[in-house]
Design a binder for this molecule. Structure first.
Ligand code: SF4
Length: 632
């Protein structure tokens, strides 16, 4: 099958059985792969709510059409499961070498159910699956566990002590990359699964290899020539966004009570580059190379992303960059999501400051944080409380109005009171407080382009369009940063030109057209390869007839399937909301617009999506998307 192996490995850890399950071309065509295909598998597999910590919960690891094709940034793979943090679907994307190796081993994905009595790991080599003892790996940090799993070149995926101890935001680590969000690591731990290892020599067939080669070369050139993907990201990493976020009041600070941090220059991308950078680094097949290599504890380690700088820096009023680097490394080693950890600690600090919960944690004091990572991972003392995440802490101690989470998952480092679209994205994101699944509209609202962040006009339509594009890009198997090259450079380079300012001013009015095209994707039956090369690349690899319209529709299909799973898990429309701090407290006293006006956008959002006032997709919309509805 062009672009795919056409089969997934199904592993039942209770019964210790393995089986090959074949995937039909129709499903691949409709869902492409990645998180969308995982959603399809999870939706079809159950008729009722699944508890996160139960044998019925499944871990679904998926690759995509472009995995193994050498397309730029195509080593990404996805892990989906029911999250122990939210009780809803979570999908976590990772850039390490596991996905590529899994595909070479002969599988497009792995579905793991049940629970092993013994500590185990799974070995997948050249179409052969074995469940092996992990007694010798249990308790190890992620770096050492990967070393002990065997040959360096094989794809490895492991949890650390945090996953073993079911920390609700435990990550899964591959090389130094994390599938961080939503607590996927805790589900591995619950199943007594330390990790997986994969490798093989299975080669992938392509529909049009020669033309793909030429096309791919041009795509790489496009990324290398664009100022964001060719200059800024390689030079400064995502950390390069931090100063701009601060300047535009978008930087989560002091448990999201502010959007800017007076010491931002001590922790920004420029300082990281000048004072700490050893070299930059990329995931496999990536021409952008946004990864940072820095020093911690006397060795070269992965440097922090902008999210980590925000959540472990400004959000905790921690201006010590070496401390953030150390914390980032420790979180990777213990297998903890830096975003949820930083946000939960920030909330605990505010509870302490307000005298609600005396816990000894104070804004601006970073000295005890490194030990705190270990305490959380081991669930010892205070760490055991923090391991439960923000929402559960707020249920126990109070402070719900400033407990910063959506549907139970902590938000990324973008403070949305200066970016209405990002606020709407957080509120409606399928996996909770996620910037990427939420559509990342902040890229239009100050981080790439400079459309007003305070207007709600057009934001519902743009948010939906971006959510579905992000979904499709992820399903197709490439890194979401490849979409940065969609932004017109002429606007970014000339921010003060009259024409640029007119475009920014009028762009929100085009929301109405965006919504129209979103709901009439047949009008987008063409490709714009210099803006969005993904559909054409997928066509050349798989042979599927693909264009922008079909690509967006595939994204919408994935997004709606995820929504259906969440509804089955008990999600209500009233859960599409934000913490009160973000909707009722002004970010800046002198700026009456500086709160998220969610009510002005949500109705329009539902309407364009074809969802009811309760946030339930209509049958006609599902039919149009070709989603078979399960009755339950
Ligand atoms: S852009 Fe960064 S995160 Fe994306 S594939 Fe490249 S190195 Fe990995």
């Amino acid at each position: 099958m062009n672009g795919y192996n056409g089969k997934i490995a199904k592993i039942d850890l209770s019964l210790q059985t393995t089986e090959d399950v074949f995937i039909g071309e129709k499903d691949l065509k409709m869902y492409l792969g990645g998180k969308s295909m995982a959603a399809k598998i999870i939706y079809d597999a159950a008729d009722e709510k699944i508890e996160a910590f139960s044998e019925k919960n499944m871990i679904v690891i998926t690759t995509s059409a472009l995995t193994g094709s050498t397309a730029p940034c195509s080593s990404r793979f996805n892990i989906s499961t029911i999250s122990p943090l939210t009780g809803l679907l979570t999908s976590s994307n990772c850039g390490g070498n596991f996905g590529l190796n899994l595909k070479k081993a002969g599988y497009d994905g792995v579905v793991i159910t049940g629970k092993s009595e013994q500590k185990v790991y799974i070995d997948i080599t050249d179409n052969k699956i074995e469940i092996k003892s992990a007694e010798h790996l249990w308790g190890l940090l992620t770096g050492e566990a990967q070393e002990k799993m065997g040959e360096e070149k094989r794809g490895k995926l492991v949890i650390g002590p945090a996953g073993e101890n079911k920390v609700r935001y435990a990550a899964v680590i591959c090389e130094e990359r994390a599938a961080g969000r939503g607590g996927v690591g805790a589900i591995f731990g619950d199943k007594n699964l330390k990790g997986l290892i994969a490798s093989g020599k299975v080669s992938m067939e392509m529909a049009d290899k020669e033309n793909f080669k030429t096309f791919n070369k041009k795509w790489i050139e496009l990324l290398q020539k664009h100022m964001l993907t060719g200059e800024q990201l390689p030079k400064l990493g995502t950390a390069g966004l931090l100063s701009l976020m601060n300047y535009r009041n978008l930087l989560a600070t002091r448990n999201y009570s502010k959007g800017s941090y007076e010491d931002f220059e001590k922790i920004n991308g420029e300082t990281l580059s000048e004072e700490h950078l050893v070299k930059n680094k990329g995931c496999l097949t990536c021409p952008i190379r946004c990864g940072r290599v820095v020093m911690a504890y006397g060795k070269e380690v992965k440097g922090p992303e902008v999210e980590t700088l925000g959540l472990l820096g400004s959000n905790l009023c921690n201006n010590n960059l070496q401390s953030i680097i150390n914390l980032n490394h420790l979180c990777d080693e213990y297998g903890i999501d830096t975003i949820s950890f930083g946000s939960t600690v920030g909330f605990a600090m505010e509870l302490n400051e307000k005298g609600i919960w005396s816990n000894g944690l104070n804004f601006g004091e970073h000295e005890q944080l490194e030990e705190l990572v270990r305490l959380v991972a081991m669930r010892e003392g205070l760490g055991s409380e923090l391991a439960e995440g923000t929402e559960r802490l707020s249920e126990k101690y109070g402070g719900k109005e400033f407990a910063i989470h959506v549907k139970g998952m902590e938000l990324a480092a973008y403070e949305p009171r200066a970016a209405q679209g990002m606020g709407l994205g957080y509120a409606t994101s399928n996996r909770g407080g996620c910037h990427l699944n939420g559509g990342y509209l902040v890229i239009l609202e100050g981080l790439g382009l400079n459309v007003s962040g305070s207007t709600t006009r057009g934001k519902a339509a743009f948010t939906i369009f971006f959510q579905d594009i992000m979904e499709a890009v992820s399903a197709g198997g490439t890194c979401l940063f490849t979409t940065y090259a969609m932004l017109p450079q002429v606007l970014i380079k000339n921010p003060n030109r009259l024409l640029t300012r007119i475009i920014y001013k009028t762009l929100p009015s085009f929301g109405i057209f965006t919504g129209f095209f979103h709901n009439n994707t047949w009008l987008l039956g063409f490709n714009l390869n210099s803006v969005l090369p993904h559909p054409k690349a997928i066509q050349l690899v798989t042979g599927f007839s693909m264009n922008i319209g079909r690509f967006v529709k595939a994204g919408e299909r994935g997004y709606n399937t995820e929504r259906l799973i969440n509804l089955r898990q008990g999600l209500k429309g009233s859960d599409d909301t934000l913490p009160k701090r973000l909707t009722h407290e002004l970010q800046r006293e002198d700026e009456p617009e500086s709160k998220v006006k969610l009510n002005e956008m949500l109705g329009e959002y539902y309407s364009i999506r074809g969802w009811s006032n309760e946030g339930v997709p209509s049958l006609s919309r599902l039919k149009r998307l070709g989603i078979e509805v399960k009755r339950n």
